[in-house]
Design a protein around this ligand. Structure first.
Ligand code: ADP
Ligand code: MG
Ligand code: ZN
Length: 475
């Protein structure tokens, strides 16, 4: 029996206005090499200046994950040659990163929680892009110098499920913090997966293989599954030491396999040394204050929803997974929905309809305010659940006034005692034999009377009222 060991490195592109060491915009540029200057082109004599906004955003992540945020950190040069990096080195933080020793908690499928340690999060500059066109290759340096935050986990994960849970939590956290768009398809949230196996009970780690740049949660899971199988088979066949060595592999999405890309460089190959152009990065009190100014994060929200709003933890997890759905939920409460109905109508009724129609919560044709208003009308007895579903169907198609729809569709619930009693009395009159049986102890019949009354009112009677009045009448 083997145990899987996984550690993840995530590159998050920080959503700053300008690059990490110059004032070139990070925004999309129509023309290749137009968002460039002597610094990001690495022309001789141009000096880097550290971007304050990027620094604050890195610090904000640090405070969010309970890490040490270093008031003094250092930049190092990582030397390598590649056409998309004109300086032939990357400026990064190896020896003393701005963020060290954090933690993230993940929820496992069995309902328990697990702590995943973070080694560090460091600032570094992105490279440009090589574009290969038939027989020629071009270099576009618009992206060169864009700020990245590389977030390195400890080898604390033991399965693909845990790795994906960690990634989702980290993804949602950087989105709540608004430090990155974290768009996996567009490459602003990129993930390298380190995988090894070891016989159960063995203390030492096995040899790790690094799988580079995976761009979806699903592919992370498939790449790990493949790699675990490859390593396990090698072990069982007695060729582990020949087949599994420290290397960089790529995941082939079409075939579902990982393939060797290159031998893994040792740190020494990169000739890391402190960047002589950059003084130590010293943060000010003003920066600390700005970094600590952050919204309520998923863990705190989940706790509050469970403890103060009385929501099930499983439901709170679903709602808080993205800030968009958490804010949607909170806006529903602001327009009068009670928490429990809001959860139900958001997670089941709305999400179901959105999925079916190809929308998501951000593009929902029904606003949180509207759905909150609709739900509050169920909560206060104006309409019943069935009527509300009909109204929601209409709202998915066009933004209509709810009160108007209630009138138009004849969905107003009858809560008036007199009107309901009239119906109840006629039902009891017609079913005198059953009334006698009920009074003789056949209590199950109560449901029958409720059903008959609801039916006679064509669903418009307030079920709570019907129950109350029936009990009175049958005393
Ligand atoms: P590099 O930049 O060379 O990839 P890092 O130190 O930045 O090295 O990253 C190492 C990553 O590999 C970390 O996420 C760490 O948790 C993970 N890791 C280290 N040893 C193992 C192992 N035996 N199995 C799986 N993952 C590992
Ligand atoms: Mg790595
Ligand atoms: Zn520049």
């Amino acid at each position: 029996m083997f145990e899987t060991v996984i550690g993840l490195e995530v590159h998050v592109q920080l959503n700053t206005k300008t690059k990490l060491f110059c004032s070139c915009p990070t925004s999309f540029a129509e023309h290749q090499n137009s968002n460039t200057c002597p610094t990001c082109l690495a022309l001789p004599g141009a000096l880097p200046v550290v971007n304050k906004e990027a620094t604050i955003k890195a610090m904000r992540l640090g405070y969010a994950i309970n890490a040490n945020v270093n008031h003094i950190s250092n930049f190092d040069r990582k030397s390598y040659f590649y056409p998309d990096s004109p300086s032939a080195y990357q400026i990064t933080q190896l020896h003393k990163a701005i963020v060290q020793k954090g933690e993230i908690f993940i929820d496992l499928k069995d309902g328990t929680q697990k702590r995943i340690g973070l080694t560090q999060a460091h600032l570094e500059a992105d490279a440009g892009k090589n574009i290969h066109d038939d027989s020629i290759s071009k270099v576009d340096l618009n992206r060169a110098g864009t700020p990245l935050l590389e977030i390195v986990s400890e080898p604390d994960m033991r399965s693909a499920d845990e790795a994906v849970a960690y990634l989702k939590k980290l993804h949602s956290t950087v989105r709540y913090l608004d430090i990155s768009d974290a768009n996996m398809q567009e490459g602003s949230f990129r993930c390298d997966v380190n995988v090894s196996i070891r016989p159960k009970g063995q203390k030492e780690f096995g040899t790790r293989v690094e799988i580079k740049n995976i761009n979806s949660f699903k592919f992370v899971a498939s790449a790990i599954a493949y790699e675990v199988q490859r390593q396990t088979e090698a072990y069982e066949d007695g060729i582990y030491n020949d087949e599994v060595f420290q290397e960089t592999r790529l995941f082939d999405v079409d075939k579902g396999v990982t393939k060797s890309m290159r031998g893994k460089e040792e740190a020494a190959d990169y000739r890391y040394f402190p960047d002589p152009d950059l003084r130590p990065l010293v943060v000010t009190n003003e920066m600390i204050e700005k970094a600590k100014d952050m919204p309520e994060l998923p863990d705190a929200k989940i706790k509050r929803y469970v403890e103060e709003l009385g929501i099930k933890r499983a439901d709170a997890l679903v709602i808080c997974l993205t800030k968009e759905s958490a804010y949607y939920f909170e806006d529903m409460l602001k327009s009068g929905a009670t928490p429990k109905s809001a959860v139900n109508w958001l997670n089941t009724e709305l999400l179901g309809r959105l999925n079916k129609a190809g929308y998501n919560i951000t593009s929902s044709p029904v606003s949180a305010k509207k759905l909150g208003e609709l739900v509050s009308k169920i909560d206060n007895g104006t309409i019943n659940g069935k009527g509300a579903k009909d109204i929601l169907d209409v709202l998915m198609e066009s933004d209509r006034d709810i009160d108007e729809l209630i009138k138009e569709l004849g969905l107003a619930q009858v809560s008036d005692d007199g009107a309901i009693l009239e119906i109840i009395d006629s039902i009891l009159e017609k079913n005198q034999d059953k009334v006698a049986e009920y009074k003789a102890g056949k209590e199950k019949l109560f449901g029958f009377f409720v059903g008959q009354t609801m039916k006679a009112s064509r669903g418009s009677a307030n079920p709570k009222k019907v129950n109350e009045l029936l009990r009175e009448r049958l005393m």
